[in-house]
Design a protein around this ligand. Structure first.
Ligand SMILES: [Zn+2]
Length: 183
């Protein structure tokens, strides 16, 4: 039986068999664990930074930012938006695990730019229940980064908001563009 392997080892043109993708990941983990070396740190990120980013599959945060194992907290969701749950993670990150800096990363070509809040009503039509959460869809990615920065900077739960910076990652060239005109 043909089973998929992670993208690091499979040819780009091969289409994975979705029914067995988890099995392939488990096999890949066995290889990973064979040469794994624990970083030797505790749960506090070495660089004292928390990165909030979109879950997009084309954004490899550690590679894109030169991060190593143990360096940072990564908090990811659809859009990289700052929801109550993102604030929950950031609060724990800062108050219990010593981070001081926050980096927000949205990106070009985000799936959330193709959705609207209608998505919630379509769900309601289909399943008979409207979700309590907002879709957090957006049109202007720069504006959405500013919105996220504002939510972090105005949260009463976060003691460290002096170093909060926001960026747009270009999925075509791999570069970060900083959103500077934030007040
Ligand atoms: Zn995205």
């Amino acid at each position: 039986m043909s089973t998929p392997t992670p993208s690091s080892t499979r040819p780009a043109t091969r289409t994975p068999d979705r029914s067995t993708v988890t099995d392939a990941l488990i096999r890949a983990n066995r290889d990973y664990a064979r040469t794994f070396r624990a970083p030797g740190t505790d749960a506090r990120p070495v660089l004292g930074v928390a990165v909030v980013a979109c879950m997009d599959a084309r954004l490899d945060l550690h590679a894109a930012l030169g991060l190593g194992l143990g360096d940072c907290h990564t908090i990811r969701n659809a859009g990289g938006v700052v929801t109550d749950d993102t604030i929950r993670s950031l609060t724990i990150s800062q108050r219990a695990l010593g981070t001081r800096s926050v980096v927000l990363i949205h990106h070009t070509g985000c799936g959330l730019q193709t959705l609207t809040e209608e998505f919630r009503y379509e769900l309601e039509q289909e399943v008979g229940q409207r979700p309590a959460w907002a879709v957090e869809s957006f049109r202007d990615v720069d504006q959405d980064v500013r919105q996220s920065m504002r939510r972090v900077c105005t949260s009463p739960f976060l003691p460290h908001t002096e170093d909060v910076r926001g960026f747009v990652f270009d999925v075509g060239c791999g570069r970060l563009r900083e959103i500077r005109d934030f007040d």
